[in-house]
Design a binder for this molecule. Structure first.
Ligand SMILES: NC(=O)c1ccc[n+]([C@@H]2O[C@H](COP(=O)([O-])OP(=O)(O)OC[C@H]3O[C@@H](n4cnc5c(N)ncnc54)[C@H](O)[C@@H]3O)[C@@H](O)[C@H]2O)c1
Length: 363
């Protein structure tokens, strides 16, 4: 039985606690705020999963910092992630450290140092871009490998979701100004919060052997409203080292939600969908105008169960490589940072990967 210590007992912390319990893991759920621990026990967990699970230990994060665990999971706001990650590594020696997305704010502060530290310490570190672990992703990968598409012409990814949905899952927040969500510099706004689209674009580019993202061009709509400052629209075009060109759109205004990634080839296409129909992800594919739809029944809780199952494979040594590795999360962070720089400068920004995970790599 693996032991997981979760830092942050908010929305994501409860999802992970439930997923880990469903795999019979020993769970300690922690938070800096006693009111958050109370809310997890009285309202979030029973509201989502029927009743509180007495096997989950609740603790203040500071009191639990040096408690041993196989996996430490950081589910706090993005601008706290790297500081907490370093504190975890100072206080304990977990076998795996998973940090929620986005890894940090677009200033990339602490990224290069954390990367060096994790490599030196030899633990598995990851970032929670868990869509890459879904059955729709695995199926899309199989279709791409089958040769259905022929040579790929472009990839187009979308996470367009009005953030009313996020606030529905956080009834204790009054709105964007009440959390990091309303502040792009803290990792909120469309580019950071909805960065699953950038990440899945990179994931499929990786599967296709198209290389890392080499050039980024972005146009954003940054709003300043009642103390907040965030991008509500983020339109990005990307070019990979291998010459693959495509686009990503992330926004916090679109309703109903669109979460998709279309890989268009010379002969056919694969179209990856999240929540394509109620309770179902899907993969659409075909040649020419043909559309074959494969629906995959899924609940929200399943997203996190897949993440726990993947961690079991990582800890058990049976995962060949991990699409949620820290390297992949850092790759996405570089594109987020490049997008803000491109929007600010009004020109294309290139990423020099040899310069490491630092702002100087963005030219
Ligand atoms: N992968 C996904 O699908 C997914 C889904 C939801 C959220 N997230 C990510 O998870 C992270 C948290 O989001 P959330 O919606 O759970 O936020 P939340 O506001 O619901 O919860 C965050 C919790 O962290 C606690 N916290 C803050 N600073 C802390 C510290 N220093 N030590 C301990 N606890 C601290 C807060 O008190 C709060 O309870 C964000 O990065 C978000 O983008 C990912």
């Amino acid at each position: 039985m693996y032991r997981i210590k979760i830092i942050g007992a908010g929305s994501i912390g409860n999802h992970l606690a439930n997923a880990a319990r469903s795999h019979d893991w020993q769970v300690t759920l922690t938070d800096i705020d006693p009111a958050a621990l109370d809310r997890a026990r009285q309202s979030i967990y029973p509201g989502r999963y029927g009743k509180w699970d007495e096997a989950i230990a609740l603790k203040l994060s500071g009191d639990a910092m040096s408690d041993p665990a196989d996996v430490v999971f950081i589910g706090t706001p993005p601008d706290s992630h790297i500081k907490i990650a370093n504190a975890v590594l100072d206080a304990s020696r977990p076998r795996a450290l998973i940090i929620e997305k986005p890894l940090c704010g677009p200033d990339l502060a602490g990224c290069a140092t954390l990367w060096d530290r994790v490599k030196k310490d030899g633990l598995f570190a990851g970032v929670g871009y868990n869509h890459t672990l879904g059955r729709n992703t695995v199926l899309a990968e199989e279709l791409l490998r089958s040769g259905l598409t022929g040579p790929v012409s472009t990839i187009s990814a979308r996470t367009r979701e009005h953030w009313g949905g996020i606030f529905k899952a956080h009834p204790w927040l009054s709105g964007p100004s009440d959390s990091y969500l309303g502040f792009w510099k803290r990792g909120g706004g469309a580019a950071g919060e909805h960065s699953h689209a950038i990440n899945i674009w990179q994931h499929f580019a990786h599967v296709l052997g198209a290389g890392k993202v080499a050039e980024v061009s972005a146009t954003m709509d940054i709003v300043k409203d009642t103390g907040t400052e965030y991008d509500r629209l983020c339109f990005i075009t990307l070019k990979s080292e291998g010459g693959l060109i495509g686009d990503v759109i992330q926004d916090v205004v679109t309703q109903p939600t669109e979460k998709s990634c279309r890989i268009q080839g010379r002969d056919g296409y694969v179209d990856w969908r999240v929540n394509h129909r109620p309770g179902h992800d899907a993969v659409l594919s075909g040649k020419g105008d043909a559309v074959e739809e494969q629906a995959i029944a899924k609940t929200r809780a399943d997203d996190f169960k897949a993440e726990i199952a993947h961690l079991e494979a990582v800890l058990g040594g049976s995962a060949e490589s991990s699409p949620i590795s820290l390297e992949r999360g850092l790759d996405t962070m570089m594109v987020i940072a490049a997008a803000f720089k491109s929007n600010e400068l009004g020109r294309r920004v290139s990423i020099d990967w040899k310069a490491g995970y630092r702002p100087e790599a963005l030219r």
